[in-house]
Design a protein around this ligand. Structure first.
Ligand SMILES: [Zn+2]
Length: 278
């Protein structure tokens, strides 16, 4: 064997990442595997750092979320570990999102200045939760459905309220009978409890690692800000508070601020990118 060839093989065996590009769709949560690294590597992609968790025997797995509105393109993710750096190409495809039209009473579509400032204040409070540090980390990233029911509005739907286009649907709506218990999709700390003008009775759970769940339109809330909950604990009941046309739970998930599809965290669907795991 020629020296050049041996060197090439050696370089290959040290390469900590597969070189193929990762394919994803807007809203996906991805698990990126790394073969071997003594140190915990750092992953920087789409202008943010992402959690890297042990995957056994010196292996690691990087987790990242593709925001709903990430422009379709090929991006470069940067890894750094053991004094080495390498890249992974990430191709983001456009999601195929449904169009949803609802008709509500005027007070829920056109706002007077006082209501508008209340809505803005509430949106700011919600946004603050997405960046809050939670002093715990989940042992796994997967979640469970907070309530069984019928998915009435899917993730990413383009929404028209009384004929006017609004921001896209950043979560999923699950229609269920009034009073059905709502469970924590994953354990964590209650970061915010409020009766919001549009979202109605809302509970925000910080799960750690920058994962945050928002549960809205509840009839009753059973937790307080600062409480800790475990996966499956009851946090409230299904309702129709705020801007809702029927009893349902709105569940959205932020992952380091990215609006991700809750379905990509549920066990019944293999996580996007999981087929790439070693
Ligand atoms: Zn919703």
């Amino acid at each position: 064997m020629k020296v050049g060839c041996m060197l090439a093989l050696l370089a290959l065996s040290l390469a900590p990442m597969p070189t193929h590009a990762i394919e994803a769709t807007q809203g996906d949560v991805l698990a990126l595997p790394i073969q071997q690294s003594k140190q915990q590597p750092d992953l920087f992609c789409l202008q943010r750092h992402w959690p890297v968790l042990p995957a056994g025997k010196g292996r690691w797995r990087g987790w990242l979320g593709i925001d709903l509105r990430t422009p379709p393109a090929t991006y470069t993710c940067h890894w750094r570990s053991d004094h080495r750096q390498w890249d992974t190409k990430l191709t983001v495809h456009a999601g195929h999102f449904r169009i949803s039209r609802i008709t509500v009473r005027k007070a829920m579509a056109e706002f007077d200045p006082a209501t508008l400032s209340r809505i803005r204040r509430e949106v700011r409070a919600l946004k603050q939760c997405y960046g809050m540090h939670v002093p715990s980390r989940p042992d796994q990233i997967r979640m469970q459905l907070p309530v069984q029911g019928i998915e009435s509005t899917p993730f990413g739907a383009r929404r028209f309220v009384n004929g006017v286009e609004r921001s896209p649907h950043s979560g999923i709506d699950i229609a269920a009978p009034l009073g059905t218990p709502v469970h924590a999709p994953l354990g964590g700390k209650i970061l915010y409890v409020a009766n919001m003008y549009l979202n109605g009775n809302t509970v925000v759970i910080g799960h750690g690692l920058g994962l945050v769940s928002v549960l809205s339109h509840m009839s009753q809330v059973k937790v307080r800000t600062g409480d800790w909950v475990r996966t499956g604990d009851i946090v409230g009941t299904v309702g129709q508070t705020g801007r809702a046309t029927g009893p349902h739970l709105h569940w959205s998930v932020r992952f380091r601020h990215a609006r991700v599809n809750p379905h990509s965290l549920l066990p019944e669907r293999a996580l996007a990118g999981e087929e790439n795991l070693p």
